[in-house]
Design a protein around this ligand. Structure first.
Ligand code: C2O
Ligand code: CU
Ligand code: CU
Length: 552
């Protein structure tokens, strides 16, 4: 059987016209069936229907698309328009227009490579913009000088080149990289410009050794994304004014770009490096057998391993966040299926008179918003992400190490307190009342300062995953959490498992204040300007972002 790698044809956009000739209709009639709430069900690739999960999960290999590239010297990266097979058609995968990062090393070609590099090593790369529009790469979660960070001001035009050269200062962990083109991030990331950036260190190696894990076999990077497609199987991105304001939701859910994916597993422990690479969708993840949510063990979050393995049955994962988990597939018998599922939750979208949008009468704002979405999969609906199909095999029971790593708490005595208030006005979301302006610095912090940021979201708003460039933080406390979050707050100070360890993105629900600690110690010369923004990419592009400057 052909795998996706063999099917991949890197022949540029021209391929698409030919393959598009197979005018196979994916959809029944009308796309806008969402009125009055109920999703239109039973379309091909509907992720609610468990029976649809029959497509073999794409797992990255040594080269080609999403190939694992062990960085061994300077790289030339080219951002380019291409095509990529996403949905299966009547005969094979149909390529959709797609944007890719191409590169090569040691004679092997890669597209959207999964970079793997040792902590402390040097990363040198040039980015050539072969797109028809501006772009830039941001290394999400990496602690780099501002000039290496992919700030929107670094955006280069078509034909332009940007040179990156930095030391990987981060500890081992599951980071990622993606476009940060000024006001084009959402559209470009949606069309493909994103992949993993894995950092290795001793803690990571001892974990792999203790659990006998192998990248691409039992240690699986898994990016979860929701997309919409047109009748030809091409990616569709056409946000209405409302969707541009709220965030673009898909209705076909891709795991490693595979819709309705299934992966065969033996009764042993797997590491899944979960990345929410969606533009706007939040997932409430659980591993479900029949109707039971099974145990899984969180071992890491955004910035690498947490101190101890923590066993839970569910966790929220917002756009930009990572959750490194261990799952024991031996919790099911051979022949059984387990679903990585997003459970139902209250989307808490604009419930009430936010930002002058009052007077909607009996129709709740959330419901009104859902009816204005072109997605058949409203935020908060339950659906499946990936099926794990358990086969016979040797039962291996993992002995989890008691300690995974050390997370030294940031010392916050005497730390400066800073208020970050999220709000809405003029149909856009704001930070401290501001919308992004390239030339405006919202505030300065001092090199070496420790600060506590209290990020508050009004009750009448929507959830925002707030992301910081340059410096990671530690979540100190969650205050005023809605019941569905409070129910998961088993880790002190209202924190959930997703809040542990080093974080660069934290989900702030309506009515919540999340307090995070930051340490601005660094050894880069001079002032450094970074952005802090919402990782709902439509919010980011609409200006839910500020500059802050670390004074040298
Ligand atoms: Cu992953 Cu500024 O973003
Ligand atoms: Cu980032
Ligand atoms: Cu937001």
């Amino acid at each position: 059987m052909l795998n996706r790698r063999q099917l991949f044809q890197f022949a540029g956009v021209a391929t698409v016209a030919g393959a598009g000739g197979a005018a196979w209709m994916y959809y029944g009639s009308g796309r806008f069936n969402g009125l009055a709430g109920g999703p239109f069900r039973h379309y091909p690739f509907d992720p609610v229907a468990a029976a649809n999960f029959q497509q073999k999960l794409f797992i990255p290999v040594g080269s080609g698309p999403f190939g694992v590239l062990d960085v061994a010297g300077p790289l030339k990266i080219r951002a380019t328009a291409a095509s990529f097979p996403l949905l299966p058609g009547p005969k094979s995968q149909l390529p959709s227009p797609f944007l890719l990062y191409q590169t090569e090393q040691a004679g092997k070609a890669y597209q959207n490579p999964i970079f793997r590099i040792e902590s402390g090593a040097r990363f040198t790369a040039s980015l050539d913009n072969a797109l028809q529009e501006p772009t830039i790469i941001h290394w999400h979660g990496l602690h780099t000088p501002a000039a290496m960070d992919g700030h929107p001001a670094s955006t280069i035009g078509p034909g332009g080149r940007y040179a990156y050269d930095f030391t990987v200062r981060n500890r081992g962990g599951t980071y990622w990289y993606h476009t940060h083109a000024h006001e084009l991030t959402a559209e470009q990331a949606y069309h493909g410009l994103a992949s993993f950036f894995l950092v290795e260190d001793d803690d990571q190696r001892s974990l792999s050794k203790a659990l006998d894990l192998q990248l691409g076999v039992t240690d699986l990077p898994l990016v979860i994304q929701d997309k919409q497609f047109d009748a030809q199987g091409n990616l569709l991105y056409k946000p209405s004014a409302h969707e541009a304001m709220m965030g673009w939701l898909g209705d076909i859910v891709l795991a490693n770009l595979t819709p309705n994916a299934v992966q065969t597993v033996t009764p042993r422990t797997y590491r899944l490096r979960l990345l929410n690479g969606s533009n706007a969708r939040i997932y409430r993840l659980a591993f479900v057998k029949e109707k039971t949510a099974l145990n899984f063990t969180v071992i890491g979050t955004d910035g690498g391993l947490i101190e101890r393995p923590e066993t839970v049955t569910e966790a929220f994962l917002a756009p930009g966040e990572r959750l490194d988990v261990l799952f024991d597939a031996g919790q099911a018998q051979a022949g059984e299926g387990i679903f990585l599922r997003s459970l139902a939750f209250d989307a808490m979208e604009n419930e009430g008179p936010a930002g002058g949008m009052s007077g909607m009468g009996g129709m709740g704002m959330g419901r009104m918003m859902a009816s204005m979405s072109s997605s058949r999969l409203p935020l908060g609906l339950e659906f499946n992400v990936l099926k794990l199909s358990v086969t016979a095999g040797e039962r291996v029971v993992a002995k989890l190490p008691a300690t995974l790593s050390q997370v030294k708490p940031i010392r916050t005595e005497g730390a400066a307190q800073r208020k970050i208030e999220l709000s809405m006005g003029q149909m856009r979301f704001l930070i401290n009342g501001r919308s992004f302006r390239m030339d405006e610095i919202a505030f300065d912090v001092k090199r070496g300062a420790v600060e506590i940021w209290s990020i508050s979201n009004p009750t009448l708003g929507m959830p925002h995953p707030m992301h910081n460039h340059g410096f990671s933080y530690q979540v100190l406390e969650r205050i005023g959490s809605p019941p569905q979050v409070a129910a998961m707050a088993r880790f002190g100070q209202g924190r959930t498992v997703s809040d542990l360890g080093w974080k660069d993105t934290v989900l702030v629900w309506p009515g919540e204040t999340v307090r995070v600690a930051l340490d601005f110690a660094h050894d880069f010369p001079g002032d450094q300007t970074y952005v802090f923004h919402c990782h709902n990419l439509e919010h980011e592009d609409a200006g839910m972002m500020i500059n802050f400057r670390v004074q040298g």
